[in-house]
Design a protein around this ligand. Structure first.
Ligand SMILES: [Zn+2]
Length: 250
């Protein structure tokens, strides 16, 4: 596997997205990037005239999927594989546990909704590598929006447990450096989310039920510029509490 940066650094993407090329009989790319010419030129130079056969999309967010048309215009026969979604006509729909050819290997599809409803990871069982899209990063937490934004905190936590069950040796994320101890990293995430939940429940128990008031009370060490994102996180957490059967009054 060879990493190819998507050349799209920015406030939301950090150093830019990672894409991963599996070379071999059927060259395949995990995630499409954004269609940046230097990204596609680098892949083409590596392939040296051979075609990219397949792109495996972890989820439909633009920084992972919007490069598909540019890849298609370079390699018209390319097969685009993604979790089934109504908005993607002409793409090969993936289902849980499907196996897809990447280079000379087979990867398994693991449905991991939560950050986005169509999110999948690609699992390479022989090496215990997981290509984890936006399930986790080495350095930051993951934005899990409320239902209106396609998110579900409850589903995200279940998806993290699903990755733990695989016992991956290495995780290759959509953003930032490789994660060499992914199970430990997921444990840190679960501890962090449980602590946030404990803080929000303490607010509710104290009669603080307004979302903005909860954000003000819980995110005291977070710069105000990030409070809109924190608000969405709290909204998603309140939705989870309601799904768990706890009244939130909000
Ligand atoms: Zn995303």
């Amino acid at each position: 596997m060879i990493p190819f940066p998507a050349k799209n650094p920015g406030t939301l993407t950090g150093p830019g997205n990672n894409t991963y090329l599996f070379d071999g009989a059927e060259p395949a790319l995990i995630d499409a990037g954004v269609g940046h010419a230097t990204h596609i030129d680098a892949i083409a130079a590596h392939l040296g005239g051979r075609a990219l056969v397949r792109v495996l999309v972890t989820h439909g967010h633009p920084d992972h999927a919007s490069g598909v048309p540019a890849l298609r215009s370079r390699w018209p026969g390319i097969e685009v594989c993604k979790w089934l979604a109504d908005s993607d006509p002409g793409w090969r729909p993936l289902r849980d546990n499907d196996r897809v050819r990447a280079g000379d290997r087979w990867l398994s599809v693991v449905h991991t909704p939560g950050h986005a409803p169509d999110h999948v990871c690609f699992w390479q069982p022989d090496t215990r590598d997981v290509y984890c899209g936006d399930m986790m990063t080495a350095t930051t937490t993951i934005m899990v929006p409320p239902a209106a934004g396609g998110g579900s905190l409850r589903a995200y936590l279940e998806s993290l447990q699903r990755l733990v069950a695989l016992q991956p040796a290495t995780a290759w994320p959509g953003h930032g450096p490789v994660i060499s101890r992914p199970v430990e990293r997921i444990h840190e995430y679960l501890v962090h989310r449980a602590e946030r939940e404990r803080q929000v429940v303490a607010c509710l128990d104290a009669g603080v039920i307004d979302i903005d008031a909860i954000v003000t009370s819980v995110y005291t060490e977070t710069p105000r510029a990030l409070w809109p994102a924190a608000r969405l996180t709290v909204e998603a957490l309140l939705e989870k509490l309601r799904e768990d059967g706890r009244p939130t009054y909000a």
